[in-house]
Write a protein that binds this ligand. Structure first.
Ligand SMILES: *Cc1c(COP(=O)(O)O)cnc(C)c1O
Length: 322
């Protein structure tokens, strides 16, 4: 096996140039209510307002913008029923690259429709009998397409790091930064940006309690695999960190915290009521975490990356009523 070549801050900076003019430079919002509650100054980087509704567009666009002419012609394949699918679909259509997304038959109709509306071809598989990675890989092999995974890829994670780069550049020195964690594309990219631009800033990954593989991996020093966790944070239902993302996280993150689904719902309600924002459960990981550890944040400047806002309206209403 060839040794992995890890990306560095230079790759995040290059990604920022590539996505400039294509991805939104998302706003940073504050709330006096949350500042009073936490006893700190809190800065929310709002990736729920990114194109396609999550930060995934950053990494997708960066990866596809680096394709050579042959790769562009053959196209991209991705397997995802969530935000990565929409990020790839829009990035591919902007760059005139054909995209195929492999999704389970029982994926929410709204997500299938959104992906198709961005111009991607959707291929279905049976999640109980078929292996989507296998399907993605064999399609890539047969048709010369390039497979772009949702987190474990140098160009994807470098692209995700551009959100933290923007945050550090726009708000100045932070004492602590909280980032939702699934497979670690966002957190590893954020690590590269933060260790370069704000070396003294403490950095925390936040996982759903039911899926604490990242926390266990961080503690034990090797990648822990788990079954698909049962949580409303569907963007963090990953089973393990990646070969690229884990070493970067292990070496550069201060700690990994977990929060419950009930804490995520409380955070969703806060965003809706106080900040007039629709944030999906996974996007609430950071806010839920700062509420949990507020005693350690008194008087500090704290960043939170609000990672996404895609949720079915019916589901959203149901969760807010709980
Ligand atoms: C994908 C995703 C995450 C987790 O990102 P990773 O790079 O897999 O760690 C968090 N929040 C939202 C909204 C996402 O779409």
């Amino acid at each position: 096996m060839q040794p992995l070549v890890f990306p560095s801050f230079a790759d995040v900076a290059a990604a920022a140039e590539r996505i400039d003019g294509h991805a939104h430079r998302t706003p940073v919002f504050t709330s006096r209510t949350i500042d009073a509650e936490i006893g700190a100054q809190v800065f929310f980087k709002c990736e729920n307002l990114q194109r396609t509704g999550s930060f995934k567009f950053r990494g997708a666009f960066n990866a596809l913008a680096k394709f050579d002419p042959q790769q562009r012609k053959a196209g991209v394949v991705a397997f995802s029923s969530g935000n990565h699918a929409q990020g790839i679909a829009l990035a591919a259509s902007l760059l005139n690259i054909p995209a195929t997304i492999v999704m389970p038959y029982d994926a929410p109709a709204a997500k299938v429709a959104a992906t198709q509306e961005y111009g991607a071809r959707v291929v279905f598989y049976d999640r109980y009998t078929e292996d989507r990675e296998q399907i993605g890989r064999s399609m890539a092999q047969e048709h010369g397409m390039t497979l772009i995974p949702s987190y474990d890829h140098p160009d994807v994670l470098a692209g995700q790091g551009t959100a933290a780069k923007e945050l550090h550049e726009s708000v100045g020195e932070l004492d602590a930064l909280f980032v939702g964690l699934g497979g670690g594309g966002m957190l590893s990219g954020t690590t590269l940006a933060t260790r370069e631009l704000a070396p003294k800033c403490r950095l925390y990954g936040v996982e759903p309690e039911a899926g604490n593989d990242g926390q266990r991996s961080f503690k034990t020093g090797s990648i822990v695999h788990i079954d698909t966790p049962d949580t409303i944070a569907d963007g963090a239902q990953t089973q393990h960190l990646g070969n690229y993302t884990f070493p970067i996280i292990r070496d550069g993150v201060n700690d990994i915290l977990t929060v419950s689904d009930a804490q995520l719902i409380a955070a969703m309600k806060f965003f809706a009521q106080r900040m007039k924002m629709v944030v999906e459960p996974t996007g609430c990981l950071g806010l839920a975490a700062i509420r949990q550890v507020k005693e350690q944040l008194k008087g500090q400047r704290v960043g939170v990356i609000v990672t996404g806002g895609n949720i079915d309206v019916e589901k959203y209403v149901e969760l807010l009523k709980r």
